[in-house]
Design a protein around this ligand. Sequence first.
Ligand SMILES: C[S@@+](CC[C@H](N)C(=O)[O-])C[C@H]1O[C@@H](n2cnc3c(N)ncnc32)[C@H](O)[C@@H]1O
Length: 283
Amino acid sequence: MSGNANIDFYESNPEFVRTWSDARLTISSGWWRGVADGDLDRAQEQKLDLVADLADFKPGDRVLDIGCGYGGLLAFAADERRVGHALGVTSSFAQAGHIKSMGNPAVDVRDVDFWDLPASLGGFDSVVAVQSLENILGGAPAGVGSGLPAMREVLGRVHGWTVPGGRFAAEVCVAGPRETREVREQFETEVLRNSRPGTMPHLGDLLNAGAGLWEPVSVATQHEDFLRTLDATGSLLADHEELARGLGGDALYLATCETVRGTAAALRGGIMRVAWISWRRVD
Ligand SMILES: C[S@@+](CC[C@H](N)C(=O)[O-])C[C@H]1O[C@@H](n2cnc3c(N)ncnc32)[C@H](O)[C@@H]1O
């Protein structure tokens, strides 16, 4: 978020997020096929359905959502897909608190950094990561390194937490066709970091990093859906400016507007794309 060290976007209070998001407080791309412009709730609900399909959620499953935000996918998995247990992980006190306040008996949350999760965390039928791998890779500990080694380590850990035949679905902001090192570094520093480090992997690197661990079942990239989401978000921010400034403060409001504008510019300029990936575990 503009590199402003005083703002941690992920600690935004839920009431502030509600002024510019869908009802489930999603902070990632919607899926707009067949949805009217501006109907953000429908587009986000349809995206949750897509992710649930990509991860092959089945009734009774144990599922793990890495970087679960305010828990929309966890509630959707429990209520709509009837999974038996949905565990969310987020390194945000505000998000974890909001999820606990939902009181959903099939949903649990841990406020912990991905890199501190134990190897003993196991037995998941499916794992999902929706626009969180960027921060997780950007914040990899020094011993893990960056780039391909960090991707391999993430995919290896997720492999270890799943059962044989398990699935992993991710929505990831990846480098676009017009990305260059300079514009990418500028974008990562000025827009992506949300006050935490962030990086956009190359799609090919991410897929290669999973060799022998994860077999890609489907891969698709898009920018129109995320652009329409950001357009809807920008309109809500403008319409609810006074309320949003009151709930989040001026600095957070302005930083959120700047992130929406900067991310939309990266999508329009071909610097960024959003990938939806579905993997099956190699056993
Ligand atoms: C862009 S938000 C997406 C949230 C949610 N998946 C959604 O679609 O609304 C990124 C999420 O990743 C989480 N996150 C970022 N880095 C993390 C880390 N190192 N460990 C755990 N969670 C992390 C943030 O707290 C936040 O919940």
